[in-house]
Structure formats: structure tokens, C-alpha cells
Design a protein around this ligand. Sequence first.
Ligand SMILES: C[S@@+](CC[C@H](N)C(=O)[O-])C[C@H]1O[C@@H](n2cnc3c(N)ncnc32)[C@H](O)[C@@H]1O
Length: 390
Amino acid sequence: MYSASPLLLSTSATLLAGDRVFVGNQPDDFAVGPLAGPADTVCVLGLGYGGSLRPLLAASPASRITAVDLDPDMVTVTRALFRQHFPGTDFRTQVADASVFLEGSERYDLVVIDIYAGESYPDFVLTEPFWRGVRGAVAPGGTALLNAWGLPEHLRPLTPPSPQHLLAGLLTPLWPHATYLSCRRNMTVVLRDTREDDPAETLRGAEAGRGTRLSPVDEAVLALQRLRLVRAADFRVPADAPAGDTGRAVPRTPEQLDAEMARRWPEMLAEVRAHADAAGADASVVGSREFYRRREVAVPTTLELARHGHPAAALLPNVAAALTFGGDTSLGWYGDWIADEAESLAAEYPEWLTRTALAQALAMAANPLVPEWPWTDRLLKRTSAVTAAS
Ligand SMILES: C[S@@+](CC[C@H](N)C(=O)[O-])C[C@H]1O[C@@H](n2cnc3c(N)ncnc32)[C@H](O)[C@@H]1O
């Protein structure tokens, strides 16, 4: 699972590190596939440089993986990378267009969809025939996982117009019990026939990953994934979302999504300010970088938002983690706080803590692009206390 020689690959498609399985990015969440249901056979649509393979195998070492990618060069490079750095990792590859590959394909226990052309969805991913094909490729009782990129949790990604809203409209008729885990601007949508946990499946999920020797950080991330799956939010259009056509096109490209984020930003800030006021914190710094730097403002405001189940409670965790992926460690205090208080926060704000706050603190600890934090060991101890108690 780990490379004997140093490897750090950071591209727009993939973040891969030789000394860790989980790197704090969305493909880490594909480890929930084997926790959600059977995973003897797995089909990964969108191989990239293979960032999703080891998270899957960490949870399910015996899975037989077939990975499909349109780009023959990417497949060749990825095979060479894995041969050199992870020779014990076994997977098949196929160069094909995912939409064509699914036609008449065999069925898989788990189908993982992580397909992007450049940084946008190819058009077919946002159409119903593709999802009917995916539905047909999932074996009975199996699972599909989708990396859905777009708007972050704090900007209400399931409210239109957004790609996640469009996808919810396409997917809920096919999988009425869909749920999701959020990871900054991506979400991992979990598509299963039921969201009730069958006791046999729960037991199997609890066993998943056992027998794989993982580093302490990887072990903690995998342990939290079990809890994140149990607490995953419903993937459906919120009841208070505007009905019908909003009159605005669905943003698809990075530029369109940035513009949609900018459009939603002032309203979210006004809500954060109101919660800062209610918490008795200095609301005047909301909207500036001071907000994130001043722990005495950011913490009570965020907890006030979490107390009300407000999506903007994800703002601080998402910004703290996102900055570290740009190499900026100035919000390290956020991880330090969670490392100190995860257990009491889990008691008071269980959903926020497991869905967002602890997940993003662990993402900061797993991130290979920044030096190790002084609080990492403490965070791992608290994570095992939280996961053991749940
Ligand atoms: C974001 S990357 C996948 C990242 C990968 N899961 C990882 O974690 O390393 C998206 C991939 O989708 C592939 N892709 C784009 N269009 C495709 C298509 N029509 N069929 C198959 N693969 C496609 C691209 O070549 C690219 O490698």
C-alpha cells in the first residue's frame, strides 16, 4: 500500500503520495464504497493517475478493480507509476469512453464515477441515459459512487442552479435513498437501493479494511469514513429550494462555478454575520480574512451556525482545509482546536463534527503538501475516541 521510494504527484486530476493512502482530497471518500455494500468487483470510471485505487483497496484489499479511462497516455503512465511504487496493487485497465463501456458491460458490485474532461463534466454525465447505464451496470444490492464537483456545502450546493442540483434531479428517481459526503467543492454521492443498514452489511462494513496494515493517519481516516457514511446527508433537492426554472443556466465550467459562488457569497455572509451577532462575537470582521484568523470570532460564530444546522457551519472547516492545499498553514489553529475538543463537539454537534469539522481537520493532517502539524497525534487520538464511542 506504501511506496518504498518517495512519490508525490500533484495534478489537477490526482493527488498521490507514496507514504500515505489518504491525502485529504475527495477520492479518499471512495473508501466508503466497500463500507456501504459488497465490493468484490469494482469498476472505476475515470482512472486519472489512480488516486482512487488505494483508498478502495485500503477498505477492501481483495476487490478486483477494472479502471476505465479515455486517455491512453494516462493509463500507460498510471500503470508504470503503480508498477514502480505500488507493485502489490492489482487492477485491470481499459482504454474506453465510459459512456460506451457501460453499454452491455458486465455488472459490478461497486461502480465509481470520477469523470472529468479538463475540469468540467463531459456533457453525457449530466444526462439521464448515462445514469440508466450506470444503474444497469450495478449488481443487485450493489453501490455506485459519484464524485460530484460544483459548489461547496456552505453555499447550498443542492439549491439551483448548480450541477449537484441537476444531478439530484437525475439520480433520485433511480436511487431514491441517495446520500452524500461533502468534501469542500466536491461531494461523494452514495447510490444504494436502501439507506437502512442491513445488520449483515453493517458487520461486513465494520470488517472492511481489517487485515490491511495502515499508518495511524490512514487508519483514522478510514475509521471516520464508517461514521461519515452512517451520518451521510440525504442527496436530494431541499424542500425550500426554488421550484421550477430559476432562469439561470446550470454552471458547469470552473469560471461559471466561480461566478455562481460569487453570486451566492453576500447572502451567506449576511447569515454568518447574523449568527456572529447572536453569539456575541465581532460580526464586523465577517467577510474579511480577519474572521478566519481571529479564533475568538470564528469559533463561537461557527458553533452558533452548527447549533442551527446551518450549512455555513462548513465555511470555517472548508476554508481552513482548502488553504492548506495551497500550502498556506495559517489556519493550523483550526486543526489544533478540533484536536482538543473533538469529543465534546461530537457530543453537542454530532452531524457537523463527523460530516465536516473532523473530516476537514483530518484532511489537513493527511495532506502531503504541508509539513506535519504539531497537533496531528492528538487529533488521531481524539478521532479514535469519537469513532469508538459511536
Ligand atoms: C478527475 S480524473 C479522475 C481522478 C481519479 N479518480 C483519481 O483519483 O486519481 C478524470 C478522468 O476522467 C477521464 N475521462 C474524461 N472523459 C472520459 C470519458 N468519456 N470516458 C472515460 N474517461 C474519461 C479523464 O481522462 C481523467 O483521467
